[in-house]
Design a protein around this ligand. Structure first.
Ligand code: PA5
Length: 448
């Protein structure tokens, strides 16, 4: 398939017969997922999304991105969790590394900045200061329309827009991505005439990057969302042909990580060797963690950025508690390459690699780590993307979404709900004195 999945380094940890013996469970998980008879089946809209998306809305997204490009230096994207991480991961992966520091002309697209993904007053105030004297638009993204973090940020940026452009001017710069009929954002959009995009009912937050949730911020940053969808659609086709783990890499990955988990490898690290993949790791952590960590079980997902983190947590991975495994995401062809300069004097001892390119060294480093970690009893799998482009990214997004859906069913949980995220919200509301939470307020304050 287009991205390569390599399980060859698992040999010391998993015997071939184990893969045969889990096949019936994978087949059952595949049937559950594809028939819509499994737990959480109301949230399977992501499966056919790359083929079956609203083409009229897609064109509106492209038109909105053009309009934003024509009148804004900055697009402020407000959202959290599934309404944030996909777009951030995609833009960081597709942008050149320092695009945030380029001028509008150099970047050839508006700068996309994010807020509403924490409750930091510093962050919000700094961003307000940064955009206040620039032309900007706002994309507020909230499926429920009531999430506290983006709601607070939206109040702040809506006020700023109105101050700067007046009510009508502000309305023309607000793009709302939300539920088709309910929630505060939808009410605001209807009342003020904001351009609105729909988060489909059947797609949960962490599976929503290929809906307008991800597509508008990605298009606004100047990336080709058609290619992104094409990549995802290719993956959809490739991984729907067979449920056999020897023919379906997404299913093989799902099966293998469950085999490892059942042997006590409780934590998976998604490893990258490109700083621009850091947020892909964040996106994947939510996808895996929110889908699988429930009913007091599930693989705990981590991420690491190598070789940076080899000089920090590398020690622990090599030599600490042996409950880890790694999935390495590699990019075959770097966007750019650079040669190690040749010097007459060899003070730094690099003469043996001078004249080679830096990516060559990166690949050798990752090969070396692969063997060292395997020797240190950390099983490794490798997912290789051919290039750092939209098509590869779309393909990889679908690979991981499908694998996590199957993986959740393999572990006997509902991969598509997230009951655990409500507990902190209730406590926060109680402590903030939200109406309706009076009893909880008293109880929590006594405990504090
Ligand atoms: O994946 C999820 O369901 C969550 O991470 C949500 O995306 C997140 O809580 C934001 O929710 P909303 O889009 O309703 O503001």
């Amino acid at each position: 398939t287009y991205i390569k999945f390599d399980r060859s380094k698992l040999t010391p940890f998993i015997a071939e017969n184990e893969l045969n013996e889990i096949q019936w469970q994978v087949t059952a998980a595949d049937e559950l997922l594809r028939s819509g008879k499994g737990a959480g089946a109301d949230y399977l809209g992501w499966i056919d999304l790359p083929e079956d998306y609203d083409k009229e809305e897609f064109a509106r997204i492209q038109a909105a991105a053009e309009k934003i490009a024509s009148n804004s230096e900055i697009l402020v994207v407000l959202g959290i969790g599934g309404s944030y991480l996909g777009a951030r991961a995609a833009n960081d992966f597709l942008n050149t590394t320092f695009s945030n520091y380029q001028t509008r002309e150099e970047r050839k697209a508006p700068l996309v900045m994010y807020a509403g993904n924490s409750i930091s007053s510093n962050y919000l105030a700094d961003l307000v200061d940064f955009v206040a004297d620039k032309d900007f638009s706002v994309n507020v993204i909230s499926k429920s329309g009531t999430t506290t973090e983006p709601a607070i940020a939206f109040r702040v940026f809506e006020e700023l827009l109105v101050k700067k452009y007046g009510r009508d001017g502000a309305n023309a710069r607000i793009y709302a991505t939300t539920d088709k009929e309910k929630g505060a954002v939808k009410v605001g959009a209807d009342a003020n005439g904001w351009e609105t995009f729909v988060v489909p009912d059947s797609v949960g937050g962490r599976f929503s990057v290929l809906t307008p949730v991800g597509l508008l911020p990605i298009a606004a940053a100047g990336h080709d969302i058609k290619k992104l969808m094409e990549g995802a659609n290719q993956a959809r086709k490739d991984y729907s042909v067979s449920a056999d783990v020897r023919e379906n890499d997404a299913y093989a990955y799902a099966a293998l990580r469950n085999i490892l988990y059942r042997k006590g490898k409780f934590s998976e690290i998604l490893v990258n060797y490109e700083p621009t993949l850091q947020y892909f790791g964040e996106w994947w952590k939510q996808l895996a963690g929110e889908s699988e960590g429930k009913d007091q079980k599930g693989i705990y997902p981590n991420s690491a950025n190598f070789s940076t983190d080899l000089h920090s947590i590398g020690q622990s991975i090599q030599d600490g508690s042996r409950n880890l495994f790694e999935t390495v995401v590699r990019v075959d062809k770097p966007r750019k390459n650079i040669t190690i300069p040749s010097l007459d004097a060899d003070l730094d001892g690099l003469a043996y690699i001078q004249g080679k390119d830096v990516d060559f060294v990166n690949k050798k480093a990752s090969d070396g780590v692969l063997l060292a970690h395997t020797d240190g009893n950390v099983p490794n799998m490798i997912v290789t993307l051919p290039a750092q482009d939209e098509f590869s990214l779309g393909y990889a997004i679908y690979f991981f979404e499908l694998a996590i859906g199957i993986s959740g069913y393999l572990n006997g949980i509902n991969p598509f709900n997230q009951p655990g995220v409500e507990s902190y919200k209730a406590n926060m509301f109680g402590l903030l004195g939200k109406p309706g939470y009076e009893e909880l307020t008293k109880e929590l304050e006594a405990r504090l």
